[in-house]
Write a protein that binds this ligand. Structure first.
Ligand SMILES: [Zn+2]
Length: 127
């Protein structure tokens, strides 16, 4: 088991939502390395995170990036390899969609905190 996760931000510029430590996510790691300059040196790595919906969208819905955008193309290819190999990411994305459906369409609006409804007038007159 790895280090406990922290709150992350989905790295898709279309999303940028918080991914809580208990939520499902896809991690991308990148780092740089020198080549042909004597002793090979590597940078620290950076980890980026995508929510399952964005990972699925990039790999399965959006157009394949052009060869003139090699970094975007590389990310597309690693996501396609991961997401296309098993239904787990698609299933996790569907679970989020199911929660959103419940929240937006089927959760009744609550009264604001502390709001008190007045008693019916009729009851006071009867006594
Ligand atoms: Zn996202």
């Amino acid at each position: 088991m790895g280090r406990p996760r922290q709150v992350q931000i989905c790295c898709s510029s279309k999303c940028l939502r918080e991914i809580q430590p208990h939520e499902k996510a896809v991690a991308l790691t990148c780092f740089a390395q020198t080549l042909g300059m004597g002793k090979r040196r590597s940078s620290k790595s950076e980890r980026l995170f995508l929510c399952p919906q964005c990972a699925y969208r990039v790999a399965g819905v959006e157009r394949q990036p052009s060869h003139t955008a090699p970094f975007d193309l590389a990310i597309f290819r690693v996501l396609l390899d991961l997401v296309g190999a098993d239904p787990d990411v698609a299933t996790a994305g569907w679970e989020l969609l199911q929660q959103r459906r419940q929240t937006i369409l089927y959760t009744p609006l609550a009264l604001p905190e502390g709001e008190v409804l007045p008693p019916e007038r009729r009851a006071l007159k009867a006594g």
